[in-house]
Design a protein around this ligand. Structure first.
Ligand SMILES: [Zn+2]
Ligand SMILES: [Zn+2]
Length: 496
């Protein structure tokens, strides 16, 4: 059992596709042979059941009920009071999905613990069923987050303290969790993303953020990957914990790596191999993604010397704005949600957090947002023009991340990514305007490779076009369920 769904087609034992394996209409999972086959998947021909976007998924209630059963409040109180001797605590156990959902993040449930002196902790519990990965992989994922926060809270301001599950815990062993100081305040999400023009609290928030990153800058690492606790209790850089494990079987994750370039090339090369084996993308998307991955390989090899320049720095990997808790005047109270944090080169680590881009990247991919400009000004005011330069030149990392880990593909994004990596300032007249044109140009660049020839032969062009002419438009899942009117050329698939 890999924890990842198998194809739902009767008598098919293949795992589902790594990317876009789940149909957004019927919610069934498919392998490459059966997803785009009308016989096995009627949705592919337009026969789609009605689906309500944004609501809880049908199986969610039962999933939550399972968690509620595991949350033995008496046992939790006993072990928390052991971790903080001399203080009694109380916990209000959520009794239903509607009560719990106030405390639900994308990949975790949170139970608030209140001590007799008013201090609060949260019990951060990983969701299991929703993440589609093996329990061992999820355990590594949780252990890495714990090691990261534990290490960073000792070294840096604004990061909450954490406590591991006690060795004597009697809670179910498949309940994956740790305890963390509660960080009060409101999320920076709204201030950063939706308030225009920039207000004083936003400016204050961005200045505070710049000062906080100066503390991060003092902490360097000797390798690239994610933090883990070694058997001797020391914390060091180990395998890279991705949102989705790259391997369905142990060891689930790869790395650590000597350089950030090695890290990215390992991810890209694995995806190229999976694509050729028909395991990664639906058939109609294979050639497109193969060409994008080949382009990325060239960009990283020929245009990113900084990816080989250590020492290495920490990068938060869920910078959606909800990770910064603040007072309404912009004072930062803490930075949370360190799941999937990785170590990388300085240029990537100090590019602006993605929440400072807002929706601008969809429209004008390479124009600096007013928030990025404010961050550059904040660094200059701190006499750190070097860090301001990382912000100015950071867009290639936003594109790289959006493509590799959020699965976002659209013509402007692809041409924007190309210009960002090749340092081309302006839009070019001869740039492809559609995915079809983009594939045509990609074949010109890479058509001499046998693998590309094989993929072209595998899917005739008419099928490729069909894939980008779906009449419904797509849902950009990482934009807080905004439904984008697209020309049928936006493809997004992201799951933690
Ligand atoms: Zn379907
Ligand atoms: Zn199948």
């Amino acid at each position: 059992m890999s924890g990842f769904p198998d194809c739902s087609t009767t008598d098919c034992a293949n795992p589902a596709l790594h990317f876009d394996g789940e149909c957004r209409w019927c919610s069934k999972w498919f392998c490459g042979r059966h997803k785009e086959n009308v016989q096995t998947h009627p949705c592919f021909d337009g026969h789609r059941p009605e689906r309500i976007f944004g609501g809880p998924r049908p199986n969610l209630d039962s999933l939550v009920e399972k968690y509620l059963e595991k949350l033995d409040i008496e046992l939790i109180i006993a072990e928390v009071e052991l971790l903080r001797p001399g203080h009694a605590c109380t916990i209000n156990k959520p009794s239903s999905w509607s009560e719990l959902q106030k405390l639900v993040g994308g990949c975790n449930y949170h139970i608030v613990i209140v001590f007799d002196d008013g201090r609060r902790w949260v019990m951060r519990v990983r969701k299991i069923g929703m993440s589609y990965q093996h329990l061992d992989a999820l355990r590594l994922n949780l252990d890495s987050e714990f090691a990261t926060v534990s290490f960073m809270s000792e070294q840096c301001i604004l990061i909450p303290k954490v406590w591991a599950r006690p060795a004597t815990s009697r809670l179910p062993t498949d309940l994956l969790y740790f305890y963390q100081e509660f960080v009060p305040g409101v999320s920076a999400f709204e201030v950063l993303l939706w308030v225009n023009p920039i207000t004083d609290p936003t400016i204050k928030l961005i200045r505070s953020y710049a000062e906080y990153t100066l503390h991060l800058e003092k902490i360097t690492f000797d390798r690239v990957g994610s933090l883990h606790t070694r058997p001797d209790g020391m914390i060091s850089v180990g395998p890279l914990i991705d949102r989705r494990p790259p391997f369905l079987q142990p060891p689930h994750f790869h790395g650590p790596f000597d350089t950030a370039k090695q890290r990215y090339l390992a991810i890209i090369d694995l995806r190229l191999e999976q694509t050729l084996r028909g395991e990664r993308y639906p058939p109609s998307l294979e050639l497109l993604h193969y060409l994008i991955l080949l382009d990325l390989r060239t960009y990283l090899n020929d245009h990113c010397p900084e990816l080989e320049e250590g020492p290495w720095y920490i990068k938060h990997n869920d910078e959606n704005g909800n990770h910064v808790m603040m007072e309404k005047d912009g004072t930062i109270n803490g930075v949370i949600d360190w799941e999937w944090t990785y170590i990388t080169c300085k240029a990537e680590a100090f590019a602006a957090p993605s929440c400072m881009l807002g929706a601008l990247i969809d429209r004008d991919p390479n124009i600096l947002s007013s928030r990025e400009t404010a961050l550059m000004e904040a660094y200059r005011a701190l006499d750190r023009t070097d860090l301001a330069e990382y912000v100015k030149n950071g867009r290639k990392y936003h594109h790289l991340h959006r493509y590799l880990f959020e699965g976002v593909v659209y013509p402007k994004g692809l041409t924007g990514m190309r210009r960002a990596f090749l340092d081309i300032p302006e839009e070019q007249d001869n740039e492809p305007k559609t995915i079809k044109e983009w594939i045509r140009d990609g074949i010109k660049r890479h058509g001499d490779k046998q693998a590309v020839k094989d993929l072209v032969a595998r899917r005739p062009d008419s099928k490729l076009i069909r894939a980008f002419n779906q009449p419904d438009g797509s849902v950009h899942k990482d934009s807080k369920k905004r439904k984008l009117k697209t020309d049928g050329s936006l493809v997004a698939a992201s799951r933690c």
